[in-house]
Design a binder for this molecule. Structure first.
Ligand SMILES: Nc1ncnc2c1ncn2[C@@H]1O[C@H](COP(=O)(O)OP(=O)(O)OP(=O)(O)O)[C@@H](O)[C@H]1O
Length: 232
């Protein structure tokens, strides 16, 4: 479970999150929607301790994130908006393998995870490609594969579809759907709600650092239009 208890956060003196409380259960598929600047990325960065609350607490599996960053980062896999910041190796396969290697898994399991993760993002056969020679969309797909290969309890993705072509987008969505069906929690911050609402258990809408709606998808449509999100 990921839990925010009355979390406030300000950049310098500008408040961004204000007394935000939220609980995301294991296996839930949550779409996080909201206009530019509403605070989605700031919220997400608290899930694995990239940001720490000024006030309040964020807990992962009942433990405050700041007490055990390694545990939080093993449970919560993240895909960031700017994938270039996320790479640690020169080639696609080495980068996707890096996380599972750090978990100390046997080579056969690592290879299996890397193959499955690359297949999920339509990058089968590209393991030896250099990351710096990939297009932006291909880099975004490798970043997603890296998080998938960790098989975390929760997968948190910040605008993961930016730069993805339609086949890659459909492939990632289908992988998220099967992960969710198998019990992985998914938190997906996106402006692009095409095909996403039907997968979601909840749609959380943010506006100006606050949660203004937290509804099942069928009830979320009207409210989303009020927070400047285009609904399909
Ligand atoms: N590093 C920073 N320094 C100062 N202010 C920041 C910083 N990062 C974000 N902000 C401010 O915090 C607010 C929330 O930004 P955030 O990136 O969380 O929004 P968002 O909902 O993810 O937006 P987008 O949809 O554009 O990605 C914005 O007003 C933004 O200007």
């Amino acid at each position: 479970m990921i839990e925010f208890r009355s979390v406030s956060y300000a950049f310098e003196d500008v408040p961004v999150l204000e007394e935000l409380s939220l609980s995301i259960g294991d296996g839930e598929f949550v779409v996080l929607a909201g206009a530019n600047g509403s605070g989605k990325t700031t919220l997400i960065r608290h899930c694995n301790g990239l940001l720490s609350p000024d006030e309040g607490t964020v807990l992962v599996d009942d433990r405050p994130v700041c007490d055990d960053l390694i545990a939080a980062r093993s449970s919560v896999g993240m895909v960031f908006q700017h994938p270039r910041d996320q790479f640690v190796a020169a080639t696609v396969g080495a980068d996707v393998a890096f996380g599972p290697e750090n978990l100390g898994l046997p080579r056969e399991e690592i290879d299996h995870r890397v193959d499955a993760a690359l297949e999920a993002v339509n990058m089968t056969g590209r393991a030896d490609d250099r990351i710096d020679a990939l297009s932006g969309g291909e880099q975004a797909r490798v970043a997603i594969a890296g998080a998938l290969a960790m098989e975390p309890t929760h997968l948190v993705l910040d605008e993961p579809f930016t730069g993805l072509d339609d086949p890659a987008r459909r492939s990632v969505l289908s992988r998220l759907e099967s992960l969710s069906a198998d019990g992985t929690g998914v938190v997906l911050a996106t402006h692009d709600l095409r095909d996403v609402l039907s997968l979601a258990d909840r749609v959380i809408a943010m506006d100006d650092g606050r949660i203004v709606a937290d509804d099942p998808p069928e009830r979320a449509r009207d409210r989303l239009e009020n927070v400047a999100v285009r609904v399909p």
